[in-house]
Design a protein around this ligand. Structure first.
Ligand SMILES: [Zn+2]
Length: 292
């Protein structure tokens, strides 16, 4: 007896990839539960782990589970039973099917399914990797948009540090937003650039932030990632290297980076980059004026 739909997809938690084919007619039925329905799996006697799909279907889903299911295991069994009720075994050959497109499994199809299942955070990937900044900045930016940088909040969550307070201003929780937009030198930088509103933008919106008048918005991502890179470097300099800093120093370093990295851009964009650099240098003058 063969199955026309031998690979069955079970309802799984959001943290589990839901498009993996789980089991086939002749494969171990219960082994499939190990990664998807762990509570239920814990009630399976060891001797029955390798019972086949065919056997389970023929016996009316009699899984011969250990008695006294926990509530979680009971709920998972209910979900499994409902899922299996829609499955009819046939005489055709086994075929792997992807849940998302119901087509035979291929690596290309799985990749395409992954691609369309991307969450909003992953939508930044193409922006990041498509920007012409050096790879070290791209990796940094990827961590930034994933909120995986070692901010005090993230370190505290991992029990690496005792508190989540900013070590520079000591009055705020140091999350990503605070490092890049809230802490004094960061907020000052955006203020002198006339871009204070950027702290209110979502990660999606920030890619399309309005460029200051007369500047080429097409290279804003290049400039933006460079600024973030230097703000993070500035933060680390103060925390780990006992350096003193201010927005003027950060902007100057950004300008230096733009000079060094200008050849990474298409020659047609170099003048645009010079425009941004001139604007930033003017901003350092503004910062000087405000700091006295
Ligand atoms: Zn701070």
């Amino acid at each position: 007896m063969m199955s026309s739909t031998p690979f069955v997809i079970l309802p799984m938690s959001s943290s589990t990839m839901a498009y993996l084919p789980l089991f086939g007619l002749t494969n171990g039925f219960l082994m499939a539960l190990y990664t998807s329905l762990t509570q239920l799996f814990s009630h399976i006697p060891l001797g029955l782990i390798y019972v086949s799909v065919q056997c389970v279907f023929q016996n009316g889903f009699d899984l011969r589970l250990r008695p006294r299911l926990t509530n979680a295991a009971s709920n998972q069994l209910d979900s499994l039973t409902v899922c299996l009720q829609g499955i009819n075994l046939g005489d055709g050959p086994d075929t792997r099917l992807l849940k998302l497109n119901s087509k035979p499994y291929t690596a290309r199809g799985a990749y395409a399914a992954l691609d369309t299942a991307r969450d909003n955070t992953d939508s930044h990937d193409r922006r990041i990797w498509g920007t012409r900044v050096p790879n070290k900045v791209k990796v940094f930016a990827w961590l930034y948009f994933k909120d995986r940088l070692s901010t005090r909040v993230n370190l505290h969550a991992k029990h690496v540090v005792d508190d989540d307070q900013c070590q520079r201003c000591a009055n705020s929780v140091e999350d990503r937003n605070h490092v890049f937009f809230g802490c004094s030198s960061s907020s000052e930088l955006w203020r002198v650039m006339g871009l204070s509103h950027i702290s209110l933008l979502s990660d999606d919106e920030v890619w399309n932030a309005n460029a200051p008048p007369g500047l080429d918005a097409s290279i804003w991502p290049f400039v933006f990632l460079t600024i973030l890179w230097r703000l993070w470097d500035d933060r680390n300099g103060q925390v780990f290297r006992n350096e003193t800093s201010c927005s003027r120093v950060v902007i100057s370093r950004v300008c230096d980076d733009l000079v060094v990295w200008r050849k990474r851009l298409h020659p047609d964009l170099v003048n645009s980059l010079h425009g941004w650099r001139s604007f930033l240098l003017d901003c350092t003058g503004t910062a000087f004026a405000h700091s006295g």
